[in-house]
Design a protein around this ligand. Structure first.
Ligand code: 0GY
Length: 291
């Protein structure tokens, strides 16, 4: 099993953002990891993270000025959703979740997660993170969770879009695309892959996009100004179908832990007026996760 040996801990002391999110704002992409002593990591994981327990996440939420979280199951916990569900159950309805499940998941388990506030499942196509799952299996999972009113979150790399597009558009649910489909910022806004992605969003009104993870795509580094044009283009073109998140604790980052205050300060650059910010941080995530 190829597994990265260590981890970069999350930022110990993020800066206070200058930007103040509006009351009720949602951090709609973050994770909880462990603590390992209680919720062990999956044997099939490709990396071992630092413990990033719910208490730390909820502290960060308050410190940055957010009101709610959407906690996405990450690959290091694989199909063991207990840490994420435990965070939802103790969040006082301030956190909803996105699970990772296999076909073997029982209806009882789905109902347990539904009651706790899970609203979607994630299909992860990033080869360095997960092993391959056949599409007919994914289709059957999608059909089952559609019955619960859940959506599908898809995580893939932009270079794979041409090949995967017909699968995505065949899904019977709302589809939320992780991290702007991972744009290559060196190629610029006009590059055919990014333009293809914009067409996909334009043609499919059931698609949402997370304008997240500048820290993963930047070449210039913080404050991530080279990623701003990509996120801003998507926000301005599809204001009613974008959501935003910190990505805390930033699993699997190669060099340094991002400062969540700096990441939060990107919001007014990608959503440059109050109406866009309200749609991005409140209306859209509330429709997807709290309706
Ligand atoms: C993310 C990004 C990553 C990790 C995971 O499931 C995961 O382990 O999502 C990544 O390494 O790109 O979504 O926060």
């Amino acid at each position: 099993m190829p597994m990265s040996a260590g981890y970069i801990p999350f930022h110990p002391n993020p800066s206070k953002p200058k930007y103040r999110p509006p009351a009720g704002a949602v951090d709609a992409h973050c994770h909880v990891f462990g603590p390992e002593a209680k919720f062990s990591y999956a044997p099939e994981r490709k990396y071992t993270p630092c413990d990033a327990p719910k208490e730390k996440l909820f502290q960060l939420r308050d410190f940055l000025g957010f009101d709610k979280n959407v906690i996405v199951q990450a690959s290091c916990h694989s199909k063991d959703n207990r840490a994420m569900v435990d965070a939802l159950e103790t969040s006082n309805n301030k956190a909803k979740g996105v699970a990772f499940v296999g076909e073997e998941v029982t209806d009882t388990e789905l109902k347990w997660m539904d009651r706790a506030g899970v609203k979607g499942v994630r299909f992860n196509f990033i080869k360095r993170l997960v092993d391959f799952t056949p599409r007919d299996v994914l289709h059957r999972i999608a059909t089952r969770v559609a019955g619960l009113g859940w959506h599908i979150v898809v995580y893939f790399e932009m270079a794979d879009l041409a090949e995967m597009e017909s699968f995505f558009t065949s899904l019977p649910t709302t589809v939320v695309v992780d991290h702007m489909a991972c744009p290559d910022v060196k190629k610029g806004l006009d590059n055919p892959d990014f333009q293809r992605f914009l067409r996909l969003l334009g043609a499919n009104k059931n698609f949402y996009c997370k304008v997240t993870c500048p820290e993963r795509f930047t070449v210039a580094g913080a404050p991530y100004d080279d990623v701003v044009p990509f996120a801003r283009t998507i926000v301005e073109r599809f204001p009613e179908r974008v959501i935003w998140g910190t990505d805390w604790p930033h699993p699997n980052m190669p060099k340094e832990a991002p400062d969540d205050g700096v990441i939060t300060d990107m919001i007014p650059k990608i959503a440059p007026n109050a109406a866009l910010q309200k749609a991005l941080l409140i209306d859209n995530p509330m429709r997807l996760y709290w309706a």
